[in-house]
Design a binder for this molecule. Structure first.
Ligand SMILES: NC(=O)c1ccc[n+]([C@@H]2O[C@H](COP(=O)([O-])OP(=O)(O)OC[C@H]3O[C@@H](n4cnc5c(N)ncnc54)[C@H](OP(=O)(O)O)[C@@H]3O)[C@@H](O)[C@H]2O)c1
Length: 327
């Protein structure tokens, strides 16, 4: 495993880290013992950074990470998120009382006195234009409840606005072979300001593993069934917002570019690592075997310029018109 510095936090974190949404819920049935085994496998492979949220399984994901901390001695970092407990999910809800209450709940779930990294959880765009929200987070840092804070965003424009606030140390954004726009403008600006970047949905919800077909069946409580068109939350979070059929066709072309001995999932992760602005990718995983496969991407040789160009051409030709202008 190789490590990169997470912006001005100064932390050295694993370039392949762990996304803990699926072990909380919304991805079909999960078994806590298997999820814990996946978390242990991550630590065994050198992962030292885990991304979760208070709403993943209503705290189940955070509690599994607390359990992991009890069972292991290694130091690892946990990034969690707040805001999505709001119902309705409005900018006004991002106030001192609510944020403080959400954070207190996460502290309990994670069984700790201070959160390593708290991210606003894809708030309404309006929140980025309210300095007082970031002021509340500054106060929570001063009070010792948060070590650092950052944002998880839907859009490049939100990311650019968020990093104007000096307290924002990290940005989590969808970045993968099907979502290339962040590399255009945002990465350069983030590097200039020494912002840590977490590349989420790196496998386009599993589509970029190459295992999903037209015949694949998803459980009723799997967002790949219930949120394909944005019925429950931003449609960009499911298959990166790429139309399913188009995605499958592009995946067939990407398969021809997989380096010998590697898998498409590993190519997808390796592609992300080619961008030095990215601190880490946070693939979600439910099983130890997936974790091991994902971690191995850190050991792959860098991709050739020719391969990068071909991937760019597949994106430009088939995917870009579907996603580029939206996020
Ligand atoms: N708004 C936000 O802030 C937000 C939104 C989305 C995600 N996130 C974060 O980003 C993380 C990653 O995104 P994601 O989990 O949505 O999507 P992802 O990482 O693109 O896809 C994860 C899914 O792909 C499958 N998978 C993983 N490794 C695989 C492998 N080696 N081979 C085949 N299949 C594999 C697994 O599902 P199956 O085994 O069921 O196929 C897994 O749950 C999340 O866990 C979460 O921490 C944050």
């Amino acid at each position: 495993m190789k490590y990169r510095t997470l912006g001005r936090t100064g932390w050295n974190i694993s370039e392949i880290s762990f996304g803990a949404w699926a072990i909380g819920g919304a991805w079909g049935d999960v078994d806590d013992q298997e999820s814990l085994a996946a978390l242990h496998a991550a630590l065994d492979g050198g992962v030292n950074f885990f991304d979760t949220a208070d709403v993943y399984g209503d705290g189940r994901s955070e509690r599994l990470l607390a359990q992991l901390k009890k069972e292991r001695r290694e130091k690892f970092y946990v990034a969690t998120k707040a805001g999505r407990r709001l119902n309705p999910h409005t900018a006004d809800g991002y106030n001192r009382a609510n944020l403080t209450a959400f954070i207190e709940r996460s502290l309990k779930n994670l069984d700790t006195d201070a959160l390593d990294l708290l991210q606003l959880h894809c708030p309404p765009t309006e929140v980025y234009y309210r300095p007082e929200v970031f002021g509340v987070l500054d106060d929570l840092v001063k009070a010792g409840k948060l070590r650092h804070y950052g944002v998880s965003v839907e859009k490049v424009e939100e990311a650019l606005k968020a990093i104007e606030y000096p307290g924002v140390k990290t940005v989590q954004i969808i970045f993968n072979m099907f979502r290339q726009r962040p590399a255009e403008l945002f990465f350069a600006e983030a590097q200039r300001r020494k912002i840590g970047i977490l590349a989420r949905v790196p496998l386009a919800s599993g589509l970029l593993s190459g295992k999903i077909t037209r015949e694949s069946k998803f459980a009723k409580d799997d967002h790949r069934l219930f949120n394909r068109h944005g019925e429950a939350f931003d449609r960009g979070e499911t298959f990166s917002g790429v139309d399913f059929e188009t995605g499958l066709r592009a995946v067939e072309q990407l398969k021809t570019l997989v380096p010998e001995g590697a898998t498409l999932a590993q190519l997808a992760l390796r592609w992300i690592l080619e961008f030095p602005a990215v601190t880490c990718a946070i693939p979600g995983a439910k099983r130890p075997a997936q974790v091991a496969e994902n971690i191995a991407a850190s050991g792959l040789a860098p991709l050739s310029k020719a391969a990068m160009k071909k991937i760019g051409a597949i994106y430009d030709g088939q995917i870009k018109p579907l996603v580029h202008q939206y996020w």
